[in-house]
Design a protein around this ligand. Structure first.
Ligand code: NAP
Length: 327
């Protein structure tokens, strides 16, 4: 019967979360019974969408949830063997018992590091792929802007647009991340929005306007992009991270969608599950060929999970934010 540590939400944050909103709790997890497996999580994902859930959705004083990748360490289930790697939604804890529902067996035999299944070849990569190609209806050679372009979703969206021969502008919040986007990824223009006003910088970086804005931020970034949209432009709205702490993210020029006949559409990745096979084939190829590069910020141990979530909201991650829970 293993001892597992897990993270509970004990107080709802007002604005930016603080460490005392969370508690590390030790609990005994039973051994696997008939029809069950015991899973040890190896990595857990840290995602911006967890922040709104701290305000409403996540129950107090129980283990938080989120994406994770674990290894089966006991099995009395016919479909799973000890050693199987499984993706699951039981993050923020070291061990858990499952009847198999919600577990997806992973095959790491594709020659790529295991952790890519948690970002570029997983949920955030798929969000970028479907959001840009399906919702955003990207065409080869278009003018594109991606916000949080050095993050997990944004970095993949920006690189897919480059693969499609587009002119790509990315925004990010530090010179280090801007340098990676310029020098490693090869974006056409990069804006450090903390060093210069986004509105003026985007105007200077988009002499031919914008056909597609892949929006991860909302607020001032969306407002700046709306001023630059070409006729019949598209704005796939993926996230509104500038408003996740405050609960609002004002945009004053939405009427621009009328004049330029802009399509602005929010989406979630489950909207285009029919593309998952195409995505896995394309993305595995791009990763192997080095056409899609990635960064990871990996924090160590379950006790670091609250700091990882707070850090994500402060831009401390380069690429995907993960917590390693076991070797
Ligand atoms: N619709 C969907 O199905 C779906 C799925 C996954 C994610 N998302 C959304 O996609 C976006 C990116 O998610 P991700 O997982 O890839 O996270 P991420 O970009 O890897 O990490 C979050 C980044 O957001 C930036 N940020 C934080 N506060 C900001 C602010 N006030 N203004 C501008 N940027 C800010 C920071 O980067 P900088 O240092 O560059 O500021 C931070 O590193 C989020 O909005 C998320 O909610 C949507």
């Amino acid at each position: 019967m293993p001892v597992s540590r897990e993270i509970h939400l004990v107080a709802r944050p007002d604005g930016m979360p603080t460490p005392d909103n969370f508690q590390l709790v030790e609990t005994q997890v039973p051994d696997a019974g008939d029809g069950q497996v015991l899973v040890e999580n190896l990595y857990m994902s840290v995602d911006p969408a967890m922040r709104p859930r701290l305000t409403a959705g996540q129950a107090l004083n129980e283990a938080m949830t989120g994406g994770a990748l674990g290894r089966v360490v006991q099995s009395k289930h016919p479909d799973f063997a000890v050693g199987d790697l499984v993706s699951n939604r039981m993050g923020f804890r070291e061990f858990f018992v499952s009847d198999g529902k919600g577990l997806t067996r992973l095959s790491p035999a594709d020659g790529l590091p295991l952790t890519v299944h948690m970002h570029a070849l997983g949920g955030t990569g798929f969000t970028a792929y479907g959001g840009l190609l399906h919702i955003g209806q990207l065409k080869d050679g278009e003018q594109v802007f991606v916000s949080t372009a050095a993050g997990a979703v944004g970095s993949v969206a920006a690189q897919i647009a480059k693969i499609k021969g587009c002119y790509v502008v990315g925004s990010t919040g530090s010179e280090d991340k801007a340098a990676w986007l310029r020098d490693e990824v090869g974006l056409d223009a990069v804006i450090d929005y903390k060093a210069q006003p986004i509105r003026k910088a985007l105007e200077a970086a988009t002499p031919k306007g914008l056909d597609v804005y892949f929006d991860n931020v909302g607020g001032d970034h969306l407002e700046a992009a709306l001023r630059r949209m070409n006729t019949l432009g598209r704005i796939p709205v993926c996230g509104f991270i500038s408003g996740y702490n405050s609960g609002h993210s004002p945009v004053s020029n939405l009427s621009n969608i009328i004049y330029a006949r802009v399509m602005l559409r929010g989406f979630v990745a489950t909207d285009f599950m029919h593309l998952y096979g195409d995505f896995q084939r394309d993305m595995a190829g791009w990763l192997r060929d080095g056409k899609v590069k990635y960064q990871e910020t990996i924090m160590e141990g379950i006790a670091a999970a609250p700091a990882a979530l707070i850090g994500l909201m402060q831009g401390k991650n380069s690429g995907k934010m993960l917590v390693r829970l076991a070797a």
